[in-house]
Design a protein around this ligand. Structure first.
Ligand code: NDP
Ligand code: OXD
Length: 310
């Protein structure tokens, strides 16, 4: 069994070294070092370079060191027959739920307006917090991350709805499916949270038409992928007062270009794709379990449906 590893931006090799320690009898090499590419049957990757898959003629499985697999499914070199496995939770749901709660609190406490008032040295005593139960949070995506965020918000007394592709019974959460369901959810959503995977169906979903369906002065949190959002439409909606603010972790171009309007916009909070970073311990446990399952011919957690794109 020969495994090829590549993790863009990895500075300390913690995941690589730990996988090697836990799989001592496997040949694991870090791209581009690989004595015999034709023997590689598995790859463990995050954002592999364009020529990563060249000459991997025996490759069967690709394991993503991330929950999202758009970096793989949009890769021009990914062979069609190869199975893709992603991280599911692996310690990321908790930090993501915290991030969403932070954004909802930002909206509830009117922090965008208060920050502006502070910079202008204005004592705006009328900028009082909204009541939690009257804050309707609508989450796009009811998967590992969306549901954990929903539960955290419920504990904090917010009114929570979720939208997903398949129907679900969720306790204390109003659940919507389909286009009509989405429109119904949007009509009462004060804080819209995007925790969808990026697929052909979800790309550009947060556009001008969708934003216009939200109540006036709504707030947007995007921690899914940058391409879920039409960035100009968001700026226009902020300018018109349709939106009161946004918390954004992911962008059309990452790192966010220095000239981008988001950096200095008083109603936008920018975070550099750190809402829920891959947690080394959880990731290694899941990646190693997946390798062992695949060797036994058992499908691991996180099996990606390549036709659906997630
Ligand atoms: P899951 O696959 O567990 O959940 C995805 C959810 O999206 C599911 O509920 C699914 O519906 C729903 N969905 C997919 N396509 C559609 C559609 N066309 N219409 C309606 N609903 C749809 O993914 P995770 O929760 O683990 O992760 C979600 C995304 O979060 C990742 O793909 C990644 O892009 C992003 N992410 C961002 C991070 C960050 O730090 N910013 C960190 C980790 C992940 P159904 O339940 O019916 O299948
Ligand atoms: C992920 C991410 O998809 O970190 O895991 O964005």
């Amino acid at each position: 069994m020969s495994i090829l590893y590549y993790c863009a931006g990895d500075t300390d090799d913690a995941i690589y070294n730990e996988i090697k320690r836990k799989l001592p009898t496997h040949t694991i090499t870090k791209w581009p070092d690989c004595p015999d590419k034709s023997r590689v049957t598995m790859a463990i990757v995050w954002q592999p370079p364009t020529d990563f898959f060249d000459s991997l003629s025996s490759l069967k499985h690709v394991l993503s060191i991330a929950a999202g697999v758009d970096h793989l499914l949009n890769h021009p070199g990914l062979p069609e027959h190869v199975d893709v496995i992603r991280l599911t939770d692996a310690g990321m749901s908790g930090p993501m739920a915290d991030y969403v709660l932070y954004g909802v609190l930002h909206a509830q406490r009117q922090m965008c307006a208060l920050n502006t008032a502070q910079r202008q040295q204005q004592w705006q005593h009328e900028l009082k917090p909204h009541s939690a139960s009257k804050m309707h949070v609508g989450i796009l995506g009811a998967g590992e991350l969306g549901l954990m965020a929903a539960k955290k918000l419920l504990v904090n007394h917010y009114t929570v709805s979720c939208w997903s592709r398949s129907k679900k019974e969720l306790r204390n959460i109003t659940h919507f499916v389909g286009k009509d369901g989405l429109d119904e959810m949007l009509s009462t959503t004060n804080v819209l949270v995007c925790l969808l995977p990026l697929t052909k169906d979800t790309s550009g979903i947060i556009n001008a038409a969708l934003l216009a369906k939200l109540p006036s002065q709504a707030f947007v949190i995007n921690a899914g992928r940058g391409d879920h959002l039409d960035e100009q439409a968001l700026l226009d909606a902020l300018d018109s007062g349709q939106l009161s603010g946004a918390l954004l972790d992911v962008f059309n171009t990452e790192p966010l270009p220095a000239s981008h309007a988001f950096w200095t916009h008083p109603q936008v909070v920018v975070t550099p794709h750190v809402a829920a970073p891959t947690q080394a311990e959880g990731a290694v446990t899941q990646l190693v379990d997946s390798v062992i399952s695949l060797e036994k011919g058992v499908n691991p957690r996180g099996w990606v449906d390549r036709t659906q794109g997630y």
